[in-house]
Design a protein around this ligand. Structure first.
Ligand code: GCV
Length: 722
């Protein structure tokens, strides 16, 4: 828990005292707060930078100045009014006269990169004549520069530093909240939320006190997120009204997030013209419907001038959509896009459209194919301000899936890739599962092979390598993720799940960052208060526990990419046949001879044909298909020999025994931190690790027993199977 010091001022976004400080404990600001700094520039976000530094200075004895109001009275060198030299200058350029060090860095910047290179969000960091200088051309850049300094700590003030230019690879770095205003009878306050209630809504109303939302905005800015949608994509009756008579709630949230450069977006119902406007239809080609959207959107911008746009789940899992009127998803998305376009807003239109009432006997329908079948024929038909939001895998955030072929299939459409930070299928924040290694694999994947653009480049709308060199994000749809935050004192239920939220923001800013480096950053910031010797131990223990935790989770749950062996409904814990005879299109087809889904062109659903070369052929062939996806693409006998040399059945046994052993080892490692870190954090993680050991054991025993009973093949090592 933090001991917050707040000197007042326009920004009051430190979390309340009973809320964990996450990656911004006061100690993370020690290096900044003990320096003499000058902040040059005007505007809300520059004020935020000033307030952050001022707050740190109150605690750590530094000082912060504004430029002298009369430039002619400015000291001739980099000295404060009190006559002492500045250690740090953060400046918006061009912004009148700059202190000497900053002016010198500015000259080099212009010569080397050219004015305008930093853009809306970039910043430059340099060290000149013992002064650390951060320059930006727009206020958001200065804010991101500030948080970069926080990450660097003392090393920002080391003797020398080469000049660094930072710009985000993705222009849009967005979190979707699946938060309901009313408590939903089945899904609760937050759908798939594992961290308590919503920070925005409570029992049918907006929370009066939005301090927590401000603190959230501050955490998000510090890892690079710049957009948040505030309500569930399943839009129920009360939530639909956020677009009209509850707009004041949206405006109040936007006011609190604005000082941290975060724009608010809204999930809307496609049927809003009927539900809210009293029209008889929501047909996107009906003129009255177009006018209704245009009017409603105009009123949104009157309340929230920097409103980001709409998020839409249409014709999906019971949500209304254009199919109801015989129209295409391009027709549907474009009517909203036209309404938003005069104000610069965007529509995030989700590609998660599939038949959720499938007959399990029907072998001709394959849910994995659905998004590609529906959307690829529409490529080129969407307006420029439509962003098609595609889940990274073709199914639904299973522990292992191939990359969705839609990402390679729509060169004429802006695409955003959707990740899931909330751990719906990855242990629900009761299990430790650091997701950055997985996301990093996805973002670095080349849908056209190793020589083509990566998934990250498609989402960025530019080559990511180029973006780093030239500092130019393209006009891609960016990265979106479902948030894992709630009103839990630790924000994410499991304190270590904070690392996933942090890592999402950092990878959206720079997808090339190594997951281990991001984990280290998070550890250094979050545990900054640990004694210097303690921090080394914390780093060693957390890396031992977290680095490989996604693969550990994969080992003890559904094997070889097959997916959906979870308990139906709540999706927690094992239930091997729970979805086997259901309507959701989620089957593994295990029988006495083998297991897996035949998605080949030769004999199955032909899903492999949705991929461009080389993957269409790599996945098609049982010989070349990667082991970890084998059962996603093929139905194979239990005796099939993997590339690893093991048989499928022996692999299942081995990984499940190993997975549980690894969790037990994680539990032991954690004990090394007793007395080293905050006791509250220690106790919460210990309690969750106990549950992880229990649940992993249950997974192991159910999976192993199920496949032993199906196959009759004993474990080669004679271990206990029930
Ligand atoms: C918000 C999965 C989840 C649903 C979620 C849906 C979606 O099916 O289980 O809770 O609904 O994905 O992404 O829309």
């Amino acid at each position: 828990m933090i001991d917050a010091l707040d000197p007042g001022g326009p920004v009051n976004s430190v979390p309340p005292n009973d809320v964990h400080a996450a990656w911004l404990p006061p100690e993370a600001f020690r290096a900044l707060g003990s320096r003499r700094s000058l902040v040059c520039g005007e505007g809300t976000l520059v004020d935020t930078v000033r307030d952050e530094i001022a707050r740190a200075c109150v605690r750590y004895g530094g000082s912060t100045d504004r430029p002298h109001p009369r430039p002619d009275r400015r000291p001739a060198d980099d000295r404060s009014a009190a006559g002492t030299a500045y250690d740090l200058v953060l400046a918006l350029v061009p912004a009148g006269l700059l202190p000497i060090a900053a002016a010198a860095v500015d000259v080099v910047y212009r010569r080397r990169y050219g004015a305008g290179t930093l853009g809306e969000e970039g910043f430059l960091l340099a060290r000149h004549t013992e002064v650390t200088v951060v320059l930006a051309e727009a206020p958001a850049g200065l804010l991101y520069g500030l948080f970069h300094l926080v990450r660097l700590g003392e090393s920002a003030f080391g003797l020398t530093r080469p000049m660094e230019l930072h710009r985000p690879a993705m222009r849009l770095r967005m979190l979707n909240h699946w938060d309901n205003i009313d408590v939903h009878p089945v899904m609760g306050q937050v759908e798939r939320g594992y961290a308590g209630g919503s920070i925005f809504w409570q029992d049918g109303a907006r929370r009066e006190d939005l301090t927590r939302v401000g603190a959230y905005g501050r955490l998000l800015a510090a890892c690079g997120v710049n957009a948040v949608s505030v309500n569930n994509v399943n839009v129920h009756a009360t939530e639909a009204r956020l677009l009209t008579d509850r707009l004041g709630d949206v405006a109040a949230i936007a006011d609190v997030l604005r000082p941290y450069g975060i724009r608010v977006h809204l999930s809307v119902s496609f049927a809003a013209p009927v539900m809210l406007g009293g029209l008889s239809s929501a047909d996107p080609l009906d003129e009255a419907v177009r006018e209704w959207w245009a009017d409603a959107t105009k009123r949104v911008y009157e309340s929230v001038p920097d409103f980001g746009g709409y998020v839409v789940k249409a014709d999906s899992e019971g949500q209304p959509g254009p199919f109801g009127y015989g129209r295409s998803h391009a027709d549907g998305a474009n009517v909203l896009a036209d309404a938003l376009s005069p104000y610069g807003g965007v529509v995030h239109w989700r590609a998660f459209v599939y038949n959720h009432r499938q007959d399990w006997r029907d072998r001709s329908t394959d849910r994995a194919r659905a998004a590609h079948d529906h959307f690829v024929p529409l490529d080129g038909q969407f307006r420029d301000n439509v962003i098609l939001q595609v889940k990274h895998g073709p199914m639904d955030f299973q522990t292992r899936e191939p990359v969705s072929p839609v990402i390679a299939g729509m060169p004429g459409t802006r695409l955003a890739v959707e990740l899931q930070v909330t751990q719906e299928y990855t242990g629900q924040q009761r299990h430790i599962c650091y997701l950055a290694p997985w996301w990093s694999e996805v973002l670095g994947f080349g849908p056209w092979g190793d020589d083509g653009p990566t998934v990250a480049a498609v989402a960025a709308g530019a080559s990511v390598g180029d973006a780093a060199e030239r500092g130019a994000a393209g006009d891609g749809g960016g990265l979106v993720a479902v948030s894992n935050v709630g009103d839990d004192p630790f924000w994410t239920g499991h304190p270590l799940a904070q690392a996933n939220l942090y890592a999402f923001g950092r990878l959206a800013w720079d997808p090339r960052l190594a997951p281990t480096a991001v984990l280290d950053e998070w550890i250094e910031l979050t545990f900054a208060a640990s004694a210097p010797n303690g921090l080394g131990l914390v780093r060693r223990v957390l890396r031992a526990i977290m680095d490989d935790s996604w693969r550990t989770y994969e080992r003890y749950t559904a094997p070889l990419g097959v997916g959906f062996m979870v308990h139906p409904g709540d999706h927690y814990g094992p239930d091997v046949d729970g979805y086997e005879y259901s309507r959701w299109g989620t089957y593994h087809f295990a029988d006495r001879d083998g297991v897996g889904v035949d998605r080949t062109r030769a004999s199955g659903t032909a899903f492999t044909g949705q991929f461009p070369p080389p993957w269409r052929d790599v996945y098609e062939s049982v010989e070349s298909c990667p082991d970890e996806l084998l059962l996603f693409f093929h139905h194979v006998p239990y005796g099939h020999v993997l590339h690893s040399g093991s048989t499928v059945i022996q692999h299942i046994y081995d990984t499940h025994f190993a997975g549980v052993e690894q969790v037990v080892a994680m539990r032991q490692q954690w004990e090394r931190l007793a007395g080293v870190i905050d006791p509250g954090v220690h106790a919460r993680v210990r309690e969750r690790l106990d549950e992880q050991v229990r649940c992993a054991t249950e997974w192991r025993d159910q999976i192993n027993t199920y496949f032993f009973r199906k196959s009759g093949v004993p474990d080669a090592h004679g271990r206990r199977i029930h």
